[in-house]
Design a binder for this molecule. Structure first.
Ligand SMILES: *[C@@H]1O[C@H](CO)[C@@H](O)[C@H](O)[C@H]1NC(C)=O
Ligand SMILES: *[C@@H]1O[C@H](CO)[C@@H](O)[C@H](O)[C@H]1NC(C)=O
Ligand SMILES: *[C@@H]1O[C@H](CO)[C@@H](O)[C@H](O)[C@H]1NC(C)=O
Ligand SMILES: *[C@@H]1O[C@H](CO)[C@@H](O)[C@H](O)[C@H]1NC(C)=O
Ligand SMILES: *[C@@H]1O[C@H](CO)[C@@H](O)[C@H](O)[C@H]1NC(C)=O
Ligand SMILES: *[C@@H]1O[C@H](CO)[C@@H](O)[C@H](O)[C@H]1NC(C)=O
Ligand SMILES: *[C@@H]1O[C@H](CO)[C@@H](O)[C@H](O)[C@H]1NC(C)=O
Length: 388
C-alpha cells in the first residue's frame, strides 16, 4: 500500500509534523528517538502555530522522498524546537541587585558571561529595580540599619549576605538573623562559596614551569603589626634563626603596587601568615605568592584544610615543624638544595593559581545560584553560624 506523494505534499506533511510537535510538548520533551528519520504516512491538521514553529517550517530540506514514502528529519526539527523552547522557557534574565558596593569599590557589572561563562544573569546597582530583582546582595561591612530596603520583599526575592572578612575581623550584628536567604563567603559551607583564589588545571595540558629569578631568601610584607597576633610571635621567633626581608607600612618599608609583583616573585619563600586563624580563612596572602612563583610558608588553619583547596606540595606549613628553629633549618636546606626546592613547583606542570574577583564573583555566582536553585531557604541564626 505505497502512497504516491509528491514532494510538495511531502512538505505539507513536514508542516503537519512540526505542528504536531509544536503542540505536543510532551512528545519532544520525553521522546528520545533512536531513529533520525520518521516515516509519516498519514496527514493531520492543525491551524495555529507559534513563531518558533513557523521558522521550523521554513526548512524544506528536512523532508525526503524515499521509496515513495515521505520521510521527515525528525531530529533536526526536534532540536530546533528544543533550542527555541529553551529560549522561551528561559525566563527573562535573572536580576541581581547589588544593594551597596562592597567597601564602596565598584566593578564592571557586565562580565558574568565573559569571565565565568554564566549566562542569563543581569547585575544592577539601580535600587529602583528592587521590585524586579530575584536577588539582592548585601556586603556585611557596609550594612547599615538605616540603609536597608524599605519596600516589602517580593516573595520570589532572595537576599544574599556577603562577607570575606574572618569572624575576628568583622563583628556580629543583632539584626542579621532571619533576614537572609543565602550566604556568600570564603567558607566552604556557604551557599555560594567564593574562596580568595583557586588552583585550576592548565587548559592546554601540562607544561614545564620556569621558576622566576630569585635574589631573596624569605620575605614578608606586613601592613598591620600587632604583637597580639600569633603570626607576630612566630615571626619574631623565626627571625632569630634566619634573616627575613620584611616590608610594609609597619616597618616603614612600604611596597608600591608596581613593585609588589617583582618583589614577591624574587623571594624564594614568602610568609603567608594569616592575621586570624579560622577554618577556610585562607586569603590572598597565600594565593598571591602562588600566582607569582614563590613558595608560601603558611600559618593559618591546619594543613588538612589547606589541602582541601591547594595541592599539598605547593606550600610549607609551620605546623609541619615542632618549632620555628626547625622550620628555619628546613628553609636553609631548601635554599641550598635546588632539587629539593624544585619539588615545591612540580604541581605547576599541571595547575595554575589565580585570584578571584572580589565582589564581582560573589554577585555573578549568587545570580547563577538563584537561577539554578529555586528552593526556599532562610538563614536563621547567621550570627552563631559565623561567629558562634
Ligand atoms: C537546511 O536548511 C537550513 C536553512 O534553510 C540550513 O541552516 C540547514 O543547515 C540545512 N540542513 C541540512 C541538513 O542541509
Ligand atoms: C527502498 O526500497 C528498496 C527496494 O524495495 C529497498 O531495498 C531499500 O532498502 C528501500 N530504501 C529505504 C531507505 O527504505
Ligand atoms: C533605574 O531604574 C529605573 C526604573 O527602571 C529607571 O527609570 C532609571 O532610569 C534607572 N536609573 C539608572 C541610573 O539607570
Ligand atoms: C514595588 O512593589 C510594591 C508592592 O509590593 C509597591 O507598593 C511599590 O509601589 C512597587 N515599587 C515600585 C518602584 O515599583
Ligand atoms: C590592625 O590590627 C589591630 C589588631 O587586631 C586592629 O584592631 C586594627 O583594626 C588593624 N588595623 C588595620 C588597618 O587593619
Ligand atoms: C639534595 O637533596 C637530595 C635529596 O635529599 C640529595 O639526593 C642530593 O644529593 C642533594 N643535593 C645536594 C647538592 O646536596
Ligand atoms: C527569604 O528569607 C526571608 C527572611 O527570613 C523570608 O521571609 C523569605 O520568605 C525567604 N524567601 C525565599 C524565597 O527563600
Amino acid at each position: 500500500m505505497e502512497l504516491q506523494i509528491s514532494s510538495r505534499v511531502c512538505q505539507n506533511l513536514l508542516i503537519t509534523v512540526a505542528l504536531l510537535i509544536c503542540f505536543s510538548g510532551i512528545f519532544y520533551t520525553y521522546y528520545q528517538p533512536n531513529i533520525t528519520w520518521l516515516k509519516w504516512p498519514t496527514v493531520s491538521r492543525s491551524n495555529s502555530c507559534s513563531e518558533i514553529c513557523i521558522s521550523a517550517l521554513k526548512m524544506p530540506n528536512q523532508t525526503e522522498m524515499v521509496n515513495n514514502t515521505c520521510v521527515v528529519n525528525i531530529i533536526s526539527i526536534r532540536n530546533l524546537l528544543t533550542q527555541t523552547e529553551a529560549v522561551t522557557q528561559t525566563d527573562p534574565d535573572t536580576i541581581l541587585l547589588i544593594w551597596m558596593w562592597p567597601f564602596g569599590a565598584k566593578f564592571d557589572l557586565g562580565r558574568c558571561s565573559s569571565l565565568f561563562n554564566i549566562h542569563g544573569c543581569r547585575l544592577t546597582d539601580n535600587r529602583s529595580q528592587f521590585n524586579n530583582s530575584h536577588g539582592v546582595l548585601f556586603h556585611h561591612r557596609n550594612i547599615r540599619e538605616d540603609d536597608m530596603p524599605t519596600l516589602p520583599r517580593p516573595l520570589f526575592q532572595k537576599w544574599i549576605w556577603m562577607n570575606m572578612e574572618s569572624p575576628s575581623n568583622s563583628a556580629p550584628h543583632s539584626t542579621l538573623n532571619n533576614l537572609f536567604n543565602l550566604t556568600a563567603t570564603y567558607r566552604q559551607d556557604s551557599d555560594i562559596m567564593v574562596p580568595y583564589g583557586r588552583i585550576s588545571e592548565k587548559t592546554g595540558g601540562s607544561t614545564t614551569y620556569k621558576i622566576p629569578h630569585k635574589n631573596k631568601f624569605v620575605c614578608w610584607i606586613v601592613s598591620n603589626w600587632s604583637s597580639k597576633y600569633k603570626r607576630s610571635q612566630y615571626y619574631e621567633n623565626l627571625n632569630q634563626h634566619i634573616s627575613i626581608e620584611t616590608y610594609g607600612h609597619s616597618v616603614s618599608r612600604p611596597v608600591s603596587k608596581k613593585d609588589y609583583l617583582d618583589l614577591v616573585s624574587s623571594c624564594k619563600f614568602y610568609l603567608s601568615f594569616e592575621n586570624s586563624i579560622h577554618k577556610d580563612y585562607i586569603t590572598e596572602k597565600l594565593y598571591n605568592p602562588l600566582k607569582l612563583g614563590t613558595v608560601p610558608v603558611v600559618l593559618g588553619p591546619p594543613r588538612k584544610n589547606y589541602e582541601e583547596l591547594i595541592p599539598g606540595n605547593a606550600f610549607i606549613h609551620v605546623d609541619d615543624f615542632s618549632s620555628p628553629k626547625e622550620l628555619a633549618e628546613h628553609l636553609k636546606l631548601l635554599d641550598q638544595n635546588e632539587s629539593l626546592y624544585r619539588q615545591y613547583f612540580t604541581w605547576r606542570e599541571h595547575f595554575v593559581a589565580s585570584s578571584t574577583y572580589f565582589g564581582l564573583e560573589h554577585a555573578c555566582w549568587a545570580c547563577d545560584h538563584i537561577r539554578r536553585y529555586k528552593n526556599y531557604r532562610v538563614v536563621r541564626d547567621l550570627n552563631s553560624w559565623y561567629w558562634g
